[in-house]
Ligand binder design. Sequence first.
Ligand code: PNS
Length: 162
Amino acid sequence: MKVLLFPGSFDPFTRGHRDIARRAAKVCDKLYVAVMENSAKKTVFTLEEREELVKRSLTKYDNIEVISSTGLLVDLYRQLGCCAVVRGIRSESDFRYEAELALANRLLCPEYDCLLLPCRDDMSLISSSIVKEVGHYGGDISKMVPSEIVDTVKDKLMKGRV
Ligand code: PNS
């Protein structure tokens, strides 16, 4: 059984993230999408909110399970018996960051491996940060996040203004 793990802070989950999950799910038996903490980022959405948004965005994929974890990625990796982690890359700077993350994780866990999927052209400019910026000012985020979560994300970002 080939198990892949797609971790991220997903604050919030975007159409770009969903496309990576969809493509990764095609090449494995089971894909775990793990909502995690990144100590370098202060999130707008709580862990529970982020997990719920990811779940609502991925209901139609039978071999995808959405989970959350507040621990180390390598611990989850071992616990779930993963073959590799999957991450999406949009740019050269993403690649550098991912290469460093993979090296650090491999120091902690020699069996750790990582697959990098280049994002689709039309999704290369979508990021959670852009969604938060546009949504904060009441702009249209409907092309950036899955349709199932547009309203919830918009409401939360607008509330953050007051
Ligand atoms: O979407 P992000 O913020 O780029 O995802 C980064 C994430 C959550 C995958 C990374 O910060 C992570 O693995 N967090 C869990 C704690 C951990 O294991 N950190 C890496 C140690 S090298």
